[in-house]
Design a protein around this ligand. Structure first.
Ligand code: ZN
Length: 279
């Protein structure tokens, strides 16, 4: 049932509606149940839990609407393509020779409407530098959109567009409150928690999220160890020391060595190295 999703209840009834608030209560109960089961299962000290979402929600303003159809000297006949019915941003491709005209008639058409040529679109949106983005772009101020009672997709600096972020678990500092950070950095945070190296594309940033974590454990004090049963193709040895526990697992056919070391209560440090088959 679509109405039972927080996003669609916000669109349909508005973010301040009773329906939306009941929906939030339901989500809150579900998270409460999840945390209770984590506690009952004895996982609290080694499970990290992050609760977040992808956007906020703004009440749609039904007065002072923006109607391009009524803008002086503007006509859809000057366009080859328009995309204006999908949230608070719009894409326009003017016909050949019409770009300057369309831009100039729309630019100051409404105080809540922002019109840009592609190359002048604000860089902070990380949006216009792509071949599929059209020569003219529009976006409206929060609340100014044609559809629904609640909407998102407005300027991400608007407070109501920001989402929640809560994290609890052994890797996270307790009782810490931080300034807003960009959700794209949650990816790098997850990689850090899973001891994975993020691939390229600039997604490996950790801006604003690094301070959430407890200090990382010391580097692994255990050196690589030779295969304990080289003749058998597969050897396994474990060793418990005073300050660390480690497990070295050698698989001769692929030469793969996995070393899990130094397991303090906070986090695992996992190193994976691949060896050549003759090593
Ligand atoms: Zn939505």
């Amino acid at each position: 049932m679509k109405e039972l999703i927080p996003d669609s209840s916000g669109h349909k009834y508005g973010p301040e509606s009773t329906q939306r608030k009941n929906m939030i209560k339901q989500v809150d109960r579900t998270i409460g149940y999840l945390r209770q089961r984590i506690r009952e299962s004895g996982l609290e000290s080694n499970l990290n839990l992050i609760i977040t979402s992808d956007h906020g929600m703004e009440t749609v303003i039904k007065t002072d609407e923006i109607h391009l159809r009524t803008v002086n000297n503007f006509t859809f006949k000057d366009l080859d393509f328009e995309l204006l019915d999908y949230g608070p941003s719009g894409l326009l491709v003017p016909k050949e020779g019409k770009l300057e005209h369309v831009y100039s008639v729309l630019k100051d058409a409404h105080p809540k409407l922002h019109v840009y040529k592609k190359e002048e679109f604000p860089k902070r949106f990380h949006y216009a530098n792509h071949s599929r983005i059209t020569p003219l772009l529009l976006y409206s101020d929060p609340g100014y959109v044609q559809f629904n009672k609640g909407e998102h997709g407005f300027d991400n600096e608007a407070m109501n567009m920001k989402t929640i972020f809560r994290a609890v678990g052994p890797a996270f500092k307790k009782g810490l409150e931080v300034e807003p950070f960009e959700s794209v950095n949650v990816y790098a945070l997850l990689c850090e928690l899973l001891a994975l190296t993020p691939p390229g594309h600039g997604l490996g940033r950790r801006e604003g999220v690094g301070t959430l974590l407890e200090p990382a454990p010391a580097p692994c004090p255990v050196p690589s160890v030779p295969c304990v049963q080289p003749g058998l193709g597969c050897g396994r040895n474990s060793h418990k020391g005073e300050s660390f526990t480690f497990l070295a697992l050698h698989m001769a056919p692929c030469g793969c060595e996995v070393k899990v070391c130094h397991l303090p209560p906070q986090r695992k440090s996992v190193q994976r190295t691949t060896r050549t088959s003759d090593s």
